[in-house]
Design a protein around this ligand. Structure first.
Ligand code: HEC
Length: 186
């Protein structure tokens, strides 16, 4: 008799608990404290326990991510312009251009315009003292692919480097996309 009573009690308790399940965004019942609210540190947040007080850790000294190839033309725009070869030179297939377009529209368009035309009317550019030049100009048409790659990697003048915005593996696709825009703008 006793054990039957227990079973009924357990069943009733389970029902009662499950009735307290999530409603909308409210959390479930917290049976074990601290399992639901973890002290997660956000990448951009201040963290006094981290070495640089940044939530995001800096890479350990003298290490490189797997697959990272050091840039041979660091600080050497002439060398890059002359000797840096585009392994995708002339490739205008859609699988190449679509990758280039993605990075162009994410990282370059806001300053240089959707078609690389330079866009002095954009809200961003209006506030800039030096207007980002067009990328479909005769000047850039005569640049080598290596020169464009170099400016993406290291920046130029007031334009900062975009190496961390456009991964190495996709930078030539971006160069080709700029070539495509140049062809489109006669
Ligand atoms: C925050 C705005 C901004 C963004 C984003 C930006 N640029 Fe620039 N870019 C500039 C400015 C300003 C200059 C002129 C800098 C100078 O010469 O001092 C410039 C110059 C250039 C030049 C040389 C143009 C010339 O006529 O000398 C190239 C090529 C270029 N950018 C490519 C890119 C590419 C590709 C991207 C995207 C990965 C990009 N830029 C992202 C602002 C930007």
């Amino acid at each position: 008799m006793g054990s039957q009573k227990n079973i009924i009690l357990i069943a009733a308790a389970t029902l009662a608990l499950s009735a307290c399940g999530p409603k909308g965004n409210s959390p479930n019942i917290e049976l074990m404290q601290d399992m639901m609210v973890t002290p997660a540190i956000k990448a951009q947040s201040y963290d006094e326990t981290s070495p640089h007080q940044m939530g995001m850790r800096v890479p350990a000294e003298n290490t490189a991510p797997v697959g990272f190839v050091p840039y041979k033309f660091k600080g050497n725009v002439e060398g890059a312009s002359k000797d840096l070869q585009n392994p995708l030179a002339g490739k205008m297939e859609s699988d190449v251009l679509i990758v280039g377009q993605k990075y162009f529209e994410l990282q370059c368009m806001l300053c240089h315009g959707q078609k690389g035309e330079g866009n002095p009317d954009s809200n961003v550019v209006q506030k800039m003292a030096l207007k980002p030049p067009p990328l479909v100009s005769d000047k850039i048409k005569t640049w080598t692919d290596g020169h464009i790659y170099h400016v993406i990697t290291e920046g130029q003048g007031v334009m900062g480097p975009h190496a961390s915005h456009v991964p190495q593996a996709f930078r030539w696709q971006l160069v080709n996309y700029i070539r495509f825009l140049q062809k489109e703008t006669k």
